[in-house]
Every structure is written in C-alpha cells, then in structure tokens.
Write a protein that binds this ligand. Structure first.
Ligand code: ASP
Ligand code: MG
Length: 435
C-alpha cells in the first residue's frame, strides 16, 4: 500500500464520459489498497472561457477577482469527480485549495505555493477516503483566493505529493509520455521511458509543453518521483502494466542513460530577437543596455555581442515575445540616446531549437554535429547558447520544422536505443501512439 498522487489534465477531465473514466481508474488504484489523492484541472477550455468572461467586461480585469473566477473551473471538475467516484461506491471528497489549506503568496495569477498543511488530507486518507484537491489554486495569508499561473495544476500535484511524502506523483495527460520531440513534427519521435530530472527541467524551460516548469522545479527540490502517462488508455488495464507506462522523471542517472548523447530536440517560437546596432565598444556597454531591461522586469535569454569594427559593435539578445514591444520601448526611451547607438532593430520571426541530453557531459563533438547538420540544410544560425547538457540556436522561424527533423535524425533519435522504443520490462505498453 502506498500514498500516490494522480493529476488529470483538462482533456482527461473534458466531459462527463471522460470524468467517469478517470473515476474508474482511480477506483481501481484505490481498490488495490493504495491511498489516493487526485488533483484535477478544470475541464478543457474552461479556464479560457472563465477568463474570457472577465475580459468581455473589461480589458484588464482586477486580478484578485480574476483569480476568484478562474479558480472555479477546478472546483467544478473536483466536485464532478467526487460524484463519479461516490457513484462507483468509493468514498471520495473534494477540497478547494483554501480548505486544505494550500497557502501561497499574494501574487495573483502567478502565485507561489508557500505551505501545504497535510493534516486534514491525511486524516481523510486514514479513514479510507479518496481525497480530491483542486489544482491551480491556493489561498494567501489574508484569505484571498489565488491561482498559480496557466498549467499550474501540475505544480499543485507535485507540491501536494511532496508535502504528503507520496511515493509517486502520476501526471495523467493526453500524451503517453515525454517524447524525443513533438511527434506532430517528427512522426518517428519516440517516447522516453526515463528522463533525468535535469533534462526535464531543460526541456520544460525550452518550450516542451508537457509539464509546467515550476512543477519540475518542485519535483527536483523535494525529489518527488514523477511519471507522465496517458489518461486515454483503458482505465481497467492491469495496475502493474500501468505503473510502468509513460515516462519516469528520475534522479538517478545510470550509464545507460548517457549512451544516447542527445535525448530530445526541443523548440519554441516564444522568443524575439532585439539588436542594438552601432554601439560604442567600451566597458559597461552591456550593463547600460541590459540594466534598464532588467529594471523593467524583463527576462533576457540569449545574448551575443559581435566583434567590434572601428570601435563600434552590434549587441543582440532575446526576450519572451510577449515582452518584445515593452523591451523596444525601454531601449528607445532609456538607452539609445544615452549610449549613442545607431539603431534598435527587432525580429520576431525567430525560433529557438535545442538539443538536450545528459550524455553531452561525456561526449565531445555534439555542437559540431549540430552545426554541421544545420549547415547541410542551409540554415543560418543567428545565436548560440550552451549549458552542460544543452545546445540552443536561434534560427529563422520558417526553418524551424526542417531543423527539428534534421537534428532528430542526425542525433539518431529516429532509431531505438536503451531509453526509447519498446519498454525492456514491459513491451505491452510501448509505442502507444500519442493522442
Ligand atoms: N486550468 C488551469 C489552466 O488551464 C490550470 C491547469 O490546467 O493546469 O491553466
Ligand atoms: Mg497542463
């Protein structure tokens, strides 16, 4: 018997029929003797609908009220799941964040969890009940309802698993795991059985949308064994098979995991590039450009400064696309004249493509292979950044898919290796196509 947290995403909770399927799956785990806490998302599309209602009244609704509204989506799906479980004869109770309570700071729409009081939940579990806790929401010290940012129920689930000391946190979603890349772009993409925590952290921050970044950070901080798996499989499938399906995020890296040099290709179109042209090349210039940008609370990702010619140089960096206009404004008003730059130039038609893998630590020549592959496709690299386990490039966004396909092939991810393809212990669950 173990305490296990299940999280179900919006698609998994998307209709009465799907909620009944979730209930059947949860009942199966419960009847096998496990203590189960379930964290559901709002039904698919519901959070957008709720936010849309508020925006139809005014463009920038008060954020306290917006959170109070957005949080109701999870309350509805939690209550519906409790009803479905009770209908199957399983004792189940739903709790909103404030009833647990899950306390957060007061940063509406992007609050951070500060504490989870497990007493009430553990009591209920001790009585033999299934406990359902709303994802995505909490309560601040003053009793206001807060939400954790879009996709935040992943974080709720992992944080609850950490607070309760759960044996595993199972994230049930509409794909059956973490893939070597998006199968919609590369049909040969393969599901990974295991991914190291560090790789998952890179993939989440580089634009893989499987898990909210903060949930991965939580999993790492509290070492919560977390598994991503499909909710759209047969809910009655045998438990021992289900337990090994999907992708496990692990904290133990073995040699086999390093055999594949690269474990995944991530990509996104979330960034925009800004270039400050004709900057005098002298000490302090990077600070004079990026200081005001940081002062405006804008995150900078990649940075590059060219070789200077006749004492001037060009300085480029990327920011999130949502902050592109704001960044240009800061540069035009606070920076351009002061440093004597010739021109500020922006480009939103860029994409970031990254290769990620812990095998990079023990292999050389990875960057060279990546650059050669892009060169052979005639794709120009505009910016490069690296860490110990990833290489990212900024390219023209019209070549993004081509780059992803070429790199997937070049790093042999189309082929089966120890971490993808049929599961060594469990061939029956291999290669379920992503939904
Ligand atoms: N319902 C929230 C959203 O759509 C939270 C979540 O689904 O994780 O962002
Ligand atoms: Mg999600």
């Amino acid at each position: 018997m173990a305490l296990i947290v299940h999280k179900y995403g919006g698609t998994s909770m998307g209709s009465a029929e799907r909620i009944k399927n979730v209930a059947a799956r949860v009942a199966k785990w419960h009847r096998a003797g496990h203590q189960i806490v379930v964290v559901p998302s709002a039904m698919a599309g519901e959070t957008n609908r709720l936010i849309g209602l508020a925006r139809a009244i005014c463009e920038r609704p008060d954020e306290r009220e917006l959170d109070a509204i957005a949080a109701t989506g999870e309350q509805v799906s939690s209550g519906l799941l409790a009803i479905a479980l009770r209908h199957l004869g399983v004792d189940a109770r739903s709790y909103a964040g404030w009833q647990v309570p899950i306390t957060t700071d007061s940063a509406y729409t992007k609050a951070r969890i500060q504490n989870i009081d497990g007493k009430r939940v553990l009591n209920e579990l001790g009585r033999g009940a299934v406990v359902i806790i709303t994802g995505f929401q909490g309560v601040d010290d003053a009793g206001n309802i807060t939400t954790l940012g879009r996709g935040g129920s992943d974080t709720s689930a992992v944080a609850i698993a950490a607070a309760l000391g759960a044996k595993e946190c199972l994230i049930y979603t509409d794909v059956d795991g973490v893939y070597t890349t998006d199968p919609r772009i590369v049909p040969e993409a393969k599901r990974l059985h295991v991914v190291s925590f560090e790789e998952m952290l890179e993939m989440a921050s580089l634009g893989s949308k499987v898990l909210q970044l903060r949930s991965v950070e939580f999993a790492g901080k509290y070492r919560v064994p977390t598994r991503v798996l499909s909710s759209l499989t047969d809910p009655f499938m045998p438990l021992d098979i289900e337990m090994k399906s999907g992708t496990l995020i692990t904290f133990e890296e073995d040699e086999k995991m390093e055999q594949a040099v690269v474990s995944g290709i991530a990509f996104n179109r979330d960034e925009a590039k800004i270039t400050v042209l004709g900057v005098p090349d002298k000490p302090g210039i990077a600070f004079q450009i990026l200081g005001p940008v940081a002062g405006a609370n804008i995150d900078v990702d990649m940075i590059i400064q060219n070789q200077s010619v006749n004492g001037t140089t060009d300085f480029s960096f990327t920011v999130h696309r949502n902050e592109f206009a704001k960044t240009i404004e800061v540069l035009e008003h606070e920076v351009k004249k002061r440093i004597g730059a010739r021109e500020i130039f922006g480009d939103t038609k860029v994409a970031k493509v990254s290769a990620v893998g812990i095998g990079m630590r023990s292999h050389v020549g990875i960057a060279a292979l990546m650059f050669r592959t892009l060169a052979e496709e005639g794709i120009n690299i505009q910016m490069i950044s690296t860490s110990e386990i990833k290489i990212s490039v900024i390219i023209d966004d019209k070549y993004m898919e081509l780059a992803v396909r070429a790199l997937h092939r070049a790093f042999d991810l189309d082929a089966t290796n120890g971490r993808n393809g049929p599961h060594p212990e469990n061939p029956a669950v291999a290669h379920a196509p992503p939904n």
